[in-house]
Design a protein around this ligand. Structure first.
Ligand SMILES: Nc1ncnc2c1ncn2[C@@H]1O[C@H](COP(=O)(O)OP(=O)(O)OP(=O)(O)O)[C@@H](O)[C@H]1O
Length: 637
């Protein structure tokens, strides 16, 4: 017997029709959820405006090297590079995620192919490139499909190791669509893959398994992981330095929540207005009321919302209309309203360790079909003399990968960006050379050397975040090292700041403060030194003034310390702040009396001019009610 659905039966169809509460249109019940999403976006204030088309985005999980080429799934082996049907750009001003689930079976750490002369091996995956060399697994695709030119190159030269590396490495490469590369991609293909879109976005993981280096926050045994796996997402504030994976974690939660029919909406606090927030909340209320559907709202850079904007969320987080996920690089204790903070769980993400950045880089390198050159094996990496055809393959030195990972200072985006720039620069240089010489591009291979990646990654960016938390952490470390009389550590923290691009005058101002606050009268010339250092920095600027600062830092670290004045003055402040009622008047004898009236009122009367006294004059200088108080001895009056 054939079972007819509502669409087949006019009566059933009528019965299953519902009316949109926003535009009043009727439609099949099955369509209402997706309609409402669109409708509320189109009519935020009752005006219909066409929504901008969504940018299609290739799903990183499909381009990653996490799947075994030997056993492609049906989806992986299907033709064409998969375009995500209804994905959200995670940093767009306002979008809903609708990503299909990540294919299961992804392994936590992939086996990365590394170009190495004929040495298939099984070393641990996710290791640093040199150590991971040899992880090019046995061929998982038909030998018969091996690129003829590569085989020929190896054979022709007899000893052309580079040619053989190609063939071995190509065996495990995957094209960004998830299909194994039929051959190692040519330089032009790599260039096209890299152009247009940031590599960091293309490589953004979709699943927790691919989210590396944050075990303390979302590792296997953590509460957050259990909650995420149970789809019990609490309101969260993700706090961490740039490029450590805050947006990525939100993206993974979005993917997961879509599977459970939870709506995921993103806003960026840099561009969203309060009205946008209200729209999202209104939509979330409708979804909850009519369809019992939860909404997760992700706000990137939440610290950029002011207090009243943050207040808008409060009642809705409280009553569960929305689950809020905020991402911030700034310390939330200062930047997020206390009331909002108390309703959210703060997840601290850390700078990624070098190994984790290597894993991220290797995944990208692998998905682009770039060969990692094992520097421990001397060879002719560019395959000069080989007749491997006009289109070269792209190689990167393993040292270059290491350097990228180290210089990126735990910022995966910076590392991927550096890689993208370095590879593109090498490929463009090669193309330009071809044009200039009037020839087609030179045969051979393109090598991305360590020096190229150093250029691609600005060191100052990576060491130090001048505007962020690190700025305060480092100056605090400098101050404490000088206070602890450790000149060596003091110089280290000074170097961290200056090499990272810190303003020398900012450091100099702190030294002036330190000279008085911590050295004080134990060595009064410390203040002179610090002020002189400040002025010297002002005169000559960086980089010359760095030695001035270094000299002063060492002077202050070695100087004897006294906080006598600093503490006494703090006692005075505390006394004034804790005073109840009007402050006591200045005693009459201490007042100046420039006019007759003032004199008549008793100003200055009884004052003893001490220079004319041979003995200390017996005279009070504090108001009557504070008589006898010694701020050097008493903490409070
Ligand atoms: N833990 C991680 N595991 C895997 N890839 C990561 C991780 N962290 C970052 N990445 C990669 O780096 C890119 C940038 O990361 P992401 O946008 O999540 O950083 P962020 O912490 O939100 O930075 P920002 O504060 O600057 O917005 C991602 O697209 C992804 O490719």
């Amino acid at each position: 017997m054939e079972v007819s659905g509502p669409e087949d039966d006019p009566f059933l169809a009528q019965l299953h029709r519902v009316q949109c509460p926003v535009c009043q249109q009727t439609m099949p019940a099955a369509h209402i959820n997706s309609h409402l999403d669109r409708c509320l976006l189109l009519h935020p204030a009752g005006h219909a405006e066409p929504a901008p088309p969504r940018a299609k985005r290739r799903r990183p999980s499909e381009s990653s090297a996490l799947k075994q080429p030997a056993t492609p799934t049906a989806a992986e082996s299907s033709e064409g590079e998969a375009e995500e049907p209804d994905d959200g750009g995670e940093t767009e001003s306002r979008e809903s995620y609708d990503a299909p689930p990540t294919p299961s079976g992804a392994r936590l750490i992939p086996d990365f192919p590394v170009a190495r002369p004929g040495s298939p091996g099984g070393k641990g995956a996710g290791q640093r490139p040199a150590a991971a060399a040899g992880s090019a697994s046995p061929r998982s695709w038909d030998e018969a499909e091996a690129p003829e030119e590569e085989e020929a190159a190896g054979d022709a030269d007899g000893e052309d190791d580079a040619g053989r590396w190609d063939a071995d490495a190509a065996a495990t490469f995957e094209a960004p669509g998830g299909r194994p590369h039929a051959r190692a991609p040519a330089a032009e293909e790599v260039r096209q893959l890299l152009q247009g879109k940031p590599l960091a976005d293309t490589m953004r993981p979709d699943a927790l398994q691919d989210f590396v280096g944050q075990d303390r926050a979302v590792g296997p045994e953590t509460l957050l992981r259990s909650l995420l796996e149970a789809n019990e997402v609490p309101s969260l504030i993700l706090w961490g330095p740039p490029g450590c994976g805050k947006t990525t974690l939100a993206h993974i939660i979005a993917n997961n929540s879509k599977k459970h029919s939870v709506r995921f909406v993103t806003l960026s606090a840099t561009s969203a207005k309060t009205t946008d927030v209200r729209d999202v909340i209104k939509q979330a209320q409708n979804e909850k009321r009519f369809f019992k559907r939860k909404t997760i709202l992700f706000i990137d850079e939440i610290h950029r919302f002011n207090k009243s904007q943050q207040d808008t969320f409060l009642p809705h987080v409280e009553c569960g209309t929305i689950t809020l996920i905020g991402a911030t690089t700034e310390n939330p204790s200062f930047q997020v309203n206390a009331a909002l903070l108390s309703r959210c769980r703060v997840i601290v993400l850390e700078k990624l360790p070098v190994e984790a950045v290597v894993t991220v880089l290797m995944r990208a390198i692998n998905s682009l079909g770039i060969h990692v050159l094992d520097s421990s094996r001397p060879a002719d990496p560019l395959g000069h003399g080989s007749n491997s055809g006009s289109e070269p393959s792209v190689f990167i030195e393993d040292k270059a990968v290491d350097t990228l990972a180290r210089l990126s200072d735990g910022d995966a985006r910076a590392a991927l960006h550096g890689l993208q720039l370095a590879v593109l620069a090498r490929l463009s240089a090669r193309k330009a050379f071809g044009k200039k010489s009037g020839q087609s591009c030179p045969p051979g291979r393109v090598l991305v050397a360590e020096s190229a990646v150093k250029e691609g990654l600005q060191r100052s960016h990576t060491l130090y975040d001048r505007a962020g938390e690190e700025h305060y952490n480092c100056i605090s470390a400098l101050h404490k090292s000088m206070r602890g009389s450790d000149p060596s550590a003091s110089l280290y923290w000074l170097g961290r700041m200056l090499e990272g691009g810190e303003d020398p005058l900012y450091v100099a101002r702190r030294l002036v403060r330190f000279a008085s606050e911590d050295v004080g009268l134990a060595d009064p010339s410390a203040l002179t030194q610090a002020v002189a250092a400040y002025q010297g920095c002002h005169f000559i600027g960086m980089p010359e003034c760095e030695v001035l600062l270094a000299q002063c830092v060492v002077y202050l670290a070695r100087a004897p310390k006294s906080i006598e004045v600093y503490s006494a003055y703090n006692n005075v402040k505390a006394c004034l702040r804790s005073h109840q009622g009007p402050l006591p008047p200045v005693p009459l004898h201490l007042r100046n009396a420039p006019t007759r009236l003032m004199k008549d009122l008793g100003y200055g009367q009884g004052y003893k001019y001490t220079p004319v006294y041979s003995e200390p004059a017996d005279q009070d200088y504090l108001p009557e009610e504070l008589r006898g108080v010694d701020f050097f001895k008493q903490r409070r009056c």
